[in-house]
Design a protein around this ligand. Structure first.
Ligand code: CP
Ligand code: NVA
Length: 315
């Protein structure tokens, strides 16, 4: 009816204040978030004022294309506003002062930092929600968009298998926790010495025991991708590991996702990469450009998944 203001849909509020790592969302909240991301993707206009009057600070110690832009756009499209700061946190002035300044101006903080300890400290020193936009240990926002992408492609998640080939890094950790929790089988094929963090593996084993999913850690990439619905890789040297790039290139030489390895997964398997990619290293051009490459769907879903997350944390 002309002249009426559309009611905002009611959003379930996340029970925790922050999203510092994947398990800060409960299993139910995770499932709800994926449904909400789907709804906001289908009808973005219905959520156009969900963050009206809210301001969010984006603090980035590391470069970004996808995370920075999708958070800025998500906040704007939900009716909120953002301010962006790039550079090291806690150098010009102590982190606890930065956090308590932000506290007085903004309703939430999105932080991409080197150390997990930095997001933990930001959350400790501020009263507003802090969202991890990538640390050395986790990339939870990426994992949310990725499971959304797999669900879209395969019509569900349970018993779908996600195979990660490469470094047991931040992206691998978040994917492992998030997928096992949702009843997906998860395997990682990584060189010796580049296994995922043992404490996070122990958590993942606990989640698998509850969901009935399987977790496999192997040094054989073929074994990792066998029967996989999704084959995922990431750079061999993450941001901050540039000095190790040469040594890592040698260690990961047999872990490239190329046509031959991709063909060992299911015939309908999709290829996934969080991006940015180093074509010719962890993945070939052919696989990046393959008809079953889902890389740009993943990038798109960052926007929708983060909108859902922001609404649950901040509205
Ligand atoms: N995948 C991802 O987080 O990309 P950016 O580093 O560009 O943000
Ligand atoms: N593992 C990569 C992910 C980039 C989105 C890094 O931390 O650099």
């Amino acid at each position: 009816m002309a002249g009426t203001i559309a009611a905002q849909p009611t959003i379930m509020k996340a029970s925790g204040k922050d999203l510092l790592h994947d398990l800060d969302l409960t299993g139910d909240e995770l499932v709800y978030l994926l449904d909400l991301a789907r709804a906001v993707k289908q009808a973005p206009g219905e959520y156009a004022s969900a963050l009206a009057g809210k301001s969010i600070a984006l603090l980035f110690e590391k470069p970004s294309l996808r995370t920075k832009l999708t958070f800025e756009l998500a906040i704007r499209q939900l009716g909120g506003s953002s301010v962006f700061v790039e550079g090291p946190i806690g150098v010009r002035e102590p982190l606890q002062d930065v956090a308590r300044n932000l506290d007085r101006w903004v309703n939430g903080i999105v932080a991409r930092v080197f150390s997990q300890a930095t997001v933990e400290a930001l959350a400790y020193w501020s009263s507003v929600p802090v969202i991890n936009a990538l640390t050395d240990l986790y990339h939870p926002c990426q994992a949310l968009a990725d499971v959304e992408t797999i669900a879209e492609r395969f019509g569900g998640l349970e018993k779908r298998k996600l195979a990660f080939v490469g470094d047991g890094n931040n992206v691998a950790h978040s994917l492992m926790l998030t997928s096992l929790r949702l009843g997906m089988d998860f395997s990682i094929g990584c060189p010796e010495g580049y296994n995922p963090n043992p404490d996070i593996v122990a958590q993942a084993e606990g989640l698998a025991a509850v969901s009935g999913a399987t977790l496999a850690i192997t040094h054989d990439p073929s074994a990792a991708v066998a029967g996989a619905h999704a084959v995922y890789t990431d750079v061999w040297a993450s941001m901050g590991q540039e000095a190790e790039a040469h040594q890592r290139k040698r260690a990961f030489r047999d872990y490239q996702v190329n046509q031959a390895l991709f063909a060992e997964a299911r015939p309908d398997a999709i290829f996934m990469h969080c991006l940015p990619a180093r074509r010719g290293e962890e993945v070939t051009d052919e696989v990046m450009e393959h008809a079953r490459s889902a890389i740009f769907d993943q990038a798109e879903n960052r926007l929708h998944a983060q909108k859902a997350l922001l609404m649950m944390m901040l509205s």
